[in-house]
Design a protein around this ligand. Structure first.
Ligand SMILES: [Fe+2]
Ligand SMILES: [Fe+2]
Length: 475
């Protein structure tokens, strides 16, 4: 195990050619995937040679190789992390029993739903990002966008394999539907809200990859704990790819901040309208984008109290983040957890059974993880000697799902009336004018080593290549 067979039509390390029927079904799905990629994948760049990494092994050391590839020729494949010998269920009611190599009948519908929901986010983000290649601030950034896009395509393959292999006919139908829904489409949208939002500019892209791909990290980690072993092995390998996506987000935002601060110092200005005259993105607008992307991503974790979450955990389908490292009974039956509730328009703490609050537990783990990058972004501003600081808004700010959707709050967490909200929302969330301004900066820079005025170069190139390498060759 470990290494991947690239001689087959569908590269894989799951012994696909030992199951002819399954192989044929997936080979029938493959052209539909390629059609979808042609229609909904990166616009106008499909024939370029892109310096991409491709997985060659599932060993953590040296799992990928780098080389020039045309995106439609990328070898999307089916890869699972190695099976762990004698792996046991380690949470919920079946704790201690052997993990499942097949889907237990009673969990079939729920497991299918979990896999479809995860699978749906993967092509959705490619659709959301499909026009960004036309306005990349450098070849380095263009390459990173395409790398993320092809890997989200591969994550779709990962989920489709599970559907085909373990869910028979309904699985195949779900796999087809994954290519039919469209991000933002009114009559057949993607399943989750944040994946129907637009990603119209590169600041939105970097915020999306910082926050929304991080939601992916937490969902995948929770699924990596699953008692359904093929799901665990699949998601474990997906996580190795995910790290780069969040890196692109964090460093992208950081480089925008760096450039803004440089220009503010050089010209000795602080007021947003003067900062904009310098052709860079003012810190206030960056904060508003942050507020938006953070709050829509928080909604992805679902309702703060959920009997589904309790059932997914108790039946062993979905664990907590780092389940194995937690020091408790891993059943959580008599434990409680504090969540926020709304009473008379005010936030109050409320104790609920922990099993019902597991969405909130995962959301809180995500919040802690998100804070790290904010601190590092603020260091860049601090180093420039500027007083501005970015902050994560209150977790109840701008929520559309769960109890907290019932209250209007300022980013600091102060309850406000509907009219106060309407009067202030333009300071808290990106306005049409903010978006128009940011979009006005988005012009493709295609000369190797050159960067748009509104973003600093990265510190290092990809795979030890120089920053001015020709990461994308236009044909
Ligand atoms: Fe993904
Ligand atoms: Fe991702």
């Amino acid at each position: 195990m470990g290494s991947i067979d690239y001689s087959q039509k569908i590269p894989n390390n799951v012994n696909l050619n030992s199951d002819r029927k399954l192989q044929r079904a997936l080979e029938n799905w493959q052209p539909n995937f390629l059609d979808w990629w042609g229609d909904m994948g990166p616009e106008g760049a499909q024939m370029n040679d892109v310096y991409l990494r491709t997985a060659i092994s599932t060993e953590p050391s040296g799992w990928a190789n780098f080389g020039y590839v045309k995106m439609p020729d990328y070898r999307w494949g089916i890869f699972m992390a190695d099976q762990v010998q004698d792996r046991r269920i380690h949470f919920g009611e079946h704790k201690g029993k052997e993990v499942w190599q097949d889907v237990p009948g009673e969990h079939r519908a729920n497991l299918r739903r979990i896999i479809v929901t995860q699978g749906d986010t993967e092509p959705a983000s490619v659709e959301q990002q499909r026009l960004l290649g036309l306005t990349a601030p450098s070849l380095y950034d263009l390459r990173n966008l395409f790398q993320i896009n092809v890997e989200e395509g591969r994550h779709l393959w990962a989920m489709v394999y599970l559907l085909h292999r373990y869910f028979g006919r309904d699985g195949r139908e779900e796999a087809d539907a994954l290519l039919e829904r469209r991000s933002g489409q009114v009559d057949n949208p993607r399943i989750l809200g944040a994946f129907n939002e637009q990603t119209p500019d590169w600041l939105a892209f970097f915020m999306f990859t910082y926050f929304t791909d991080r939601d992916g990290k937490f969902q995948l980690n929770a699924l990596a704990e699953s008692s359904f072993d093929p799901l665990s092995r699949t998601t474990r390998f997906m996580l190795t790819e995910e790290t780069h996506h969040m890196f692109v987000g964090e460093t992208g935002v950081s480089r925008i901040i760096q450039r803004t601060c440089e220009m503010m110092k050089k010209h000795n200005v602080e007021a947003p309208d003067q900062v904009r005259k310098l052709g860079v993105i003012d810190l206030q607008t960056i904060q508003r984008y942050l507020n938006f992307h953070y709050s829509v991503t928080l909604d992805l974790f679902g309702a703060d109290q959920s009997s589904n979450a309790a059932m997914f955990y108790s039946s062993g389908l979905k664990g907590r983040y780092k389940e194995g490292m937690r020091k408790d009974d891993h059943e959580l039956k008599d434990q409680s957890y504090k969540i926020l509730d709304v009473q008379d328009g005010k936030l109050v703490e409320k104790e609920v059974p922990m099993l019902n609050a597991l969405n909130e537990v995962l959301r809180n783990d995500f919040i802690v993880d998100s804070e790290g990058g904010i601190g590092r972004w603020n260091k860049v501003i601090e180093a420039a000697g500027l007083p501005f600081r970015l902050t994560l808004p209150h977790k109840a700010f701008n929520r559309q799902i769960g109890t907290l959707s019932g209250v209007h709050l300022s980013p600091e967490g102060k309850p406000v009336s509907e009219s106060e909200w309407n009067a202030s929302v333009g300071e808290w969330m990106p306005t049409a004018e903010d978006r128009e301004y940011v979009v006005s900066l988005m012009k493709a820079v295609t000369e190797p080593g050159k960067f748009a005025n509104w973003i600093s170069p990265p510190r290092v190139g990809i795979n030890k290549q120089p920053i001015d390498a020709e990461y994308v060759r236009f044909n």
